[in-house]
Design a protein around this ligand. Sequence first.
Ligand code: PGA
Length: 264
Amino acid sequence: MSNLSMEQWGEPIGPEVMVHSTSQQAVEQLAGEIAAGIRKRTRQGGRYVLGLATGSTPIPLYEELVRLHREEGLSFEKVTTFNLDEYYGLSPESEQSYHHFMQKHLFSKVDIAPERIHIPDGMVPRNEVERYCAEYEEAITQAGGIDLQILGIGRTGHIGFNEPPSDDSTRTRLVTLDPVTRQDAASDFGGLDFVPKEAITMGIATILEARTAVLLAWGERKQEIVSRSLASSPSSSIPASFLNLHQDAAYLLDEAAAPEFQPA
Ligand code: PGA
Protein backbone atom coordinates (compact mmCIF):
# COMPACT_ATOMS: atom_id res chain seq x y z
CA MET A 1 0.00 0.00 0.00
CA SER A 2 1.24 3.49 -0.63
CA ASN A 3 0.20 6.58 1.29
CA LEU A 4 0.26 9.76 -0.69
CA SER A 5 -0.86 13.22 0.24
CA MET A 6 -1.60 16.27 -1.83
CA GLU A 7 1.48 17.88 -0.30
CA GLN A 8 3.37 16.07 -3.00
CA TRP A 9 1.81 18.35 -5.61
CA GLY A 10 2.79 21.40 -3.59
CA GLU A 11 -0.90 21.94 -2.77
CA PRO A 12 -2.28 22.46 0.73
CA ILE A 13 -2.47 19.23 2.74
CA GLY A 14 -5.46 17.40 1.41
CA PRO A 15 -7.09 14.09 2.12
CA GLU A 16 -4.98 11.04 2.61
CA VAL A 17 -4.76 8.95 -0.57
CA MET A 18 -4.29 5.25 0.06
CA VAL A 19 -3.59 3.06 -2.93
CA HIS A 20 -3.76 -0.73 -2.70
CA SER A 21 -2.89 -3.23 -5.40
CA THR A 22 -6.44 -4.57 -5.36
CA SER A 23 -9.84 -3.47 -4.12
CA GLN A 24 -9.93 -6.59 -1.94
CA GLN A 25 -6.85 -5.46 -0.04
CA ALA A 26 -8.35 -1.99 0.31
CA VAL A 27 -11.63 -3.23 1.76
CA GLU A 28 -9.84 -5.56 4.17
CA GLN A 29 -7.99 -2.56 5.59
CA LEU A 30 -11.13 -0.45 5.88
CA ALA A 31 -13.27 -3.27 7.30
CA GLY A 32 -10.55 -3.86 9.90
CA GLU A 33 -10.68 -0.19 10.90
CA ILE A 34 -14.48 -0.22 11.08
CA ALA A 35 -14.42 -3.40 13.17
CA ALA A 36 -11.89 -1.84 15.57
CA GLY A 37 -14.10 1.26 15.87
CA ILE A 38 -17.22 -0.79 16.54
CA ARG A 39 -15.48 -2.96 19.14
CA LYS A 40 -13.95 0.01 20.94
CA ARG A 41 -17.24 1.93 21.12
CA THR A 42 -19.13 -1.21 22.20
CA ARG A 43 -16.62 -1.80 25.03
CA GLN A 44 -17.19 1.79 26.14
CA GLY A 45 -20.92 1.11 26.29
CA GLY A 46 -21.72 3.42 23.36
CA ARG A 47 -22.96 3.06 19.82
CA TYR A 48 -20.89 3.29 16.65
CA VAL A 49 -22.57 5.34 13.92
CA LEU A 50 -21.76 4.24 10.41
CA GLY A 51 -22.67 6.16 7.27
CA LEU A 52 -23.31 3.77 4.41
CA ALA A 53 -23.19 3.96 0.63
CA THR A 54 -24.66 1.84 -2.14
CA GLY A 55 -23.62 1.00 -5.71
CA SER A 56 -21.18 -1.60 -6.94
CA THR A 57 -18.19 -0.07 -5.13
CA PRO A 58 -18.98 -0.91 -1.47
CA ILE A 59 -20.17 -4.48 -2.15
CA PRO A 60 -16.76 -6.08 -1.39
CA LEU A 61 -16.58 -4.01 1.81
CA TYR A 62 -19.94 -5.37 2.94
CA GLU A 63 -18.81 -8.91 2.07
CA GLU A 64 -15.76 -8.43 4.28
CA LEU A 65 -17.86 -7.01 7.15
CA VAL A 66 -20.19 -10.01 6.87
CA ARG A 67 -17.16 -12.32 6.97
CA LEU A 68 -15.89 -10.57 10.11
CA HIS A 69 -19.34 -11.03 11.66
CA ARG A 70 -19.53 -14.73 10.78
CA GLU A 71 -15.94 -15.76 11.37
CA GLU A 72 -14.57 -13.30 13.89
CA GLY A 73 -17.57 -12.52 16.04
CA LEU A 74 -17.97 -8.87 15.01
CA SER A 75 -21.34 -7.76 16.37
CA PHE A 76 -23.45 -4.99 14.86
CA GLU A 77 -25.86 -4.96 17.80
CA LYS A 78 -24.59 -1.59 18.97
CA VAL A 79 -24.24 -0.07 15.51
CA THR A 80 -26.50 2.65 14.15
CA THR A 81 -26.47 3.25 10.39
CA PHE A 82 -27.46 6.12 8.10
CA ASN A 83 -27.48 5.58 4.35
CA LEU A 84 -26.58 8.41 2.04
CA ASP A 85 -29.48 8.27 -0.35
CA GLU A 86 -32.46 6.58 -1.98
CA TYR A 87 -34.20 6.93 -5.33
CA TYR A 88 -37.34 9.03 -5.07
CA GLY A 89 -40.48 7.13 -6.00
CA LEU A 90 -39.09 3.65 -5.31
CA SER A 91 -40.64 1.60 -2.53
CA PRO A 92 -38.36 -0.31 -0.15
CA GLU A 93 -39.62 -3.55 -1.74
CA SER A 94 -38.44 -2.55 -5.20
CA GLU A 95 -35.41 -4.61 -6.21
CA GLN A 96 -33.61 -1.48 -7.42
CA SER A 97 -34.17 0.40 -4.17
CA TYR A 98 -31.28 1.03 -1.85
CA HIS A 99 -33.39 -0.43 0.97
CA HIS A 100 -33.36 -3.70 -0.93
CA PHE A 101 -29.65 -3.37 -1.74
CA MET A 102 -28.71 -2.89 1.91
CA GLN A 103 -30.82 -5.82 3.10
CA LYS A 104 -29.31 -8.06 0.46
CA HIS A 105 -25.66 -7.12 0.92
CA LEU A 106 -25.42 -6.38 4.64
CA PHE A 107 -28.38 -6.04 6.97
CA SER A 108 -29.91 -9.49 6.47
CA LYS A 109 -26.51 -11.08 7.12
CA VAL A 110 -25.50 -9.38 10.38
CA ASP A 111 -27.08 -8.85 13.81
CA ILE A 112 -28.04 -5.19 13.39
CA ALA A 113 -31.25 -4.02 15.10
CA PRO A 114 -33.78 -2.92 12.44
CA GLU A 115 -34.73 0.15 14.49
CA ARG A 116 -31.18 1.47 14.24
CA ILE A 117 -31.11 1.32 10.42
CA HIS A 118 -31.85 4.62 8.64
CA ILE A 119 -32.27 4.93 4.88
CA PRO A 120 -34.07 7.88 3.27
CA ASP A 121 -37.65 6.96 2.41
CA GLY A 122 -38.18 7.30 -1.34
CA MET A 123 -41.97 7.20 -0.91
CA VAL A 124 -42.44 10.35 1.18
CA PRO A 125 -45.20 12.50 -0.35
CA ARG A 126 -43.74 15.50 -2.15
CA ASN A 127 -45.36 18.01 0.20
CA GLU A 128 -43.72 16.28 3.19
CA VAL A 129 -40.22 15.89 1.76
CA GLU A 130 -38.80 19.03 3.34
CA ARG A 131 -39.98 18.11 6.82
CA TYR A 132 -38.86 14.52 6.31
CA CYS A 133 -35.35 15.60 5.25
CA ALA A 134 -35.03 17.89 8.29
CA GLU A 135 -36.00 14.92 10.48
CA TYR A 136 -33.32 12.76 8.81
CA GLU A 137 -30.72 15.39 9.70
CA GLU A 138 -32.08 15.57 13.24
CA ALA A 139 -31.88 11.78 13.61
CA ILE A 140 -28.17 11.91 12.70
CA THR A 141 -27.60 14.60 15.30
CA GLN A 142 -29.58 12.68 17.92
CA ALA A 143 -27.46 9.59 17.25
CA GLY A 144 -24.36 11.63 18.11
CA GLY A 145 -23.22 12.29 14.54
CA ILE A 146 -21.66 9.90 12.06
CA ASP A 147 -18.36 8.32 13.13
CA LEU A 148 -17.34 7.08 9.71
CA GLN A 149 -19.01 7.82 6.39
CA ILE A 150 -18.38 5.49 3.47
CA LEU A 151 -18.62 7.14 0.06
CA GLY A 152 -18.47 6.14 -3.58
CA ILE A 153 -17.91 8.65 -6.37
CA GLY A 154 -19.98 8.95 -9.52
CA ARG A 155 -18.53 9.90 -12.89
CA THR A 156 -20.18 13.31 -12.42
CA GLY A 157 -18.15 13.83 -9.25
CA HIS A 158 -21.16 13.23 -7.04
CA ILE A 159 -20.95 11.86 -3.50
CA GLY A 160 -24.27 10.57 -2.31
CA PHE A 161 -26.51 11.95 -5.06
CA ASN A 162 -25.06 15.44 -4.74
CA GLU A 163 -24.73 16.16 -8.43
CA PRO A 164 -22.89 19.20 -9.73
CA PRO A 165 -23.54 21.94 -8.82
CA SER A 166 -23.85 21.06 -5.11
CA ASP A 167 -22.02 23.12 -2.57
CA ASP A 168 -21.00 22.68 1.03
CA SER A 169 -24.13 24.32 2.38
CA THR A 170 -26.38 21.54 1.08
CA ARG A 171 -28.32 19.32 3.50
CA THR A 172 -30.56 16.28 3.09
CA ARG A 173 -32.98 17.11 0.29
CA LEU A 174 -34.75 16.03 -2.90
CA VAL A 175 -32.45 16.32 -5.94
CA THR A 176 -32.62 15.76 -9.69
CA LEU A 177 -30.23 13.10 -10.97
CA ASP A 178 -27.65 14.01 -13.60
CA PRO A 179 -28.18 12.37 -17.03
CA VAL A 180 -24.75 10.67 -16.71
CA THR A 181 -25.78 9.14 -13.37
CA ARG A 182 -29.06 7.92 -14.85
CA GLN A 183 -27.20 6.44 -17.81
CA ASP A 184 -24.83 4.60 -15.44
CA ALA A 185 -27.84 3.14 -13.61
CA ALA A 186 -29.74 2.17 -16.77
CA SER A 187 -28.61 -1.45 -16.87
CA ASP A 188 -29.76 -2.00 -13.27
CA PHE A 189 -33.22 -0.77 -14.21
CA GLY A 190 -33.52 -2.55 -17.56
CA GLY A 191 -33.27 0.69 -19.53
CA LEU A 192 -32.82 4.44 -19.10
CA ASP A 193 -36.55 5.12 -19.22
CA PHE A 194 -37.03 3.18 -15.97
CA VAL A 195 -34.35 5.02 -13.96
CA PRO A 196 -35.92 7.46 -11.49
CA LYS A 197 -35.26 11.11 -12.20
CA GLU A 198 -34.96 12.17 -8.58
CA ALA A 199 -33.52 11.02 -5.27
CA ILE A 200 -33.32 12.00 -1.62
CA THR A 201 -29.71 12.45 -0.55
CA MET A 202 -27.72 13.67 2.42
CA GLY A 203 -26.09 16.98 1.52
CA ILE A 204 -22.42 17.88 1.29
CA ALA A 205 -22.66 19.71 4.64
CA THR A 206 -24.15 16.57 6.19
CA ILE A 207 -21.33 14.42 4.80
CA LEU A 208 -18.61 16.85 5.89
CA GLU A 209 -19.88 16.63 9.48
CA ALA A 210 -18.94 12.94 9.68
CA ARG A 211 -15.89 12.57 11.92
CA THR A 212 -14.15 10.46 9.28
CA ALA A 213 -15.03 10.17 5.60
CA VAL A 214 -13.63 7.49 3.29
CA LEU A 215 -14.20 7.64 -0.45
CA LEU A 216 -13.76 4.32 -2.25
CA ALA A 217 -13.05 3.98 -5.95
CA TRP A 218 -11.96 1.01 -8.04
CA GLY A 219 -11.01 0.54 -11.64
CA GLU A 220 -9.93 2.62 -14.59
CA ARG A 221 -13.46 3.94 -15.11
CA LYS A 222 -13.06 6.08 -11.98
CA GLN A 223 -9.50 7.27 -12.52
CA GLU A 224 -10.34 10.49 -14.33
CA ILE A 225 -12.92 11.76 -11.84
CA VAL A 226 -10.75 10.74 -8.86
CA SER A 227 -7.82 12.70 -10.34
CA ARG A 228 -9.98 15.73 -11.06
CA SER A 229 -11.51 15.68 -7.60
CA LEU A 230 -8.16 15.41 -5.84
CA ALA A 231 -6.59 18.12 -7.97
CA SER A 232 -9.49 20.55 -7.58
CA SER A 233 -9.89 23.16 -4.93
CA PRO A 234 -13.29 22.61 -3.29
CA SER A 235 -15.86 23.39 -5.97
CA SER A 236 -19.55 22.76 -6.51
CA SER A 237 -18.70 21.61 -10.05
CA ILE A 238 -17.00 18.52 -8.51
CA PRO A 239 -18.95 17.90 -5.30
CA ALA A 240 -16.49 15.23 -4.09
CA SER A 241 -13.76 17.89 -4.02
CA PHE A 242 -15.30 19.34 -0.84
CA LEU A 243 -13.76 16.35 0.92
CA ASN A 244 -10.44 18.08 0.32
CA LEU A 245 -11.53 20.47 3.12
CA HIS A 246 -12.17 17.71 5.65
CA GLN A 247 -9.80 17.17 8.58
CA ASP A 248 -10.05 13.39 8.39
CA ALA A 249 -10.90 12.26 4.88
CA ALA A 250 -9.26 9.56 2.81
CA TYR A 251 -9.50 8.32 -0.74
CA LEU A 252 -9.12 4.54 -0.68
CA LEU A 253 -8.23 3.37 -4.18
CA ASP A 254 -7.02 0.42 -6.13
CA GLU A 255 -4.15 0.95 -8.54
CA ALA A 256 -6.39 1.29 -11.57
CA ALA A 257 -8.36 4.17 -10.01
CA ALA A 258 -5.30 5.95 -8.62
CA PRO A 259 -4.23 9.20 -10.23
CA GLU A 260 -0.92 9.27 -12.01
CA PHE A 261 1.10 11.26 -9.52
CA GLN A 262 3.52 13.84 -10.74
CA PRO A 263 7.02 13.10 -9.52
CA ALA A 264 7.77 15.00 -6.28
P1 PGA B 1 -20.78 2.73 -8.31
O1 PGA B 1 -21.48 4.13 -8.00
O2 PGA B 1 -20.23 2.26 -7.00
O3 PGA B 1 -21.86 1.84 -8.80
O4 PGA B 1 -19.69 3.00 -9.29
C1 PGA B 1 -20.79 5.04 -7.22
C2 PGA B 1 -21.60 6.30 -7.10
O5 PGA B 1 -22.30 6.68 -8.04
O6 PGA B 1 -21.51 6.94 -6.04
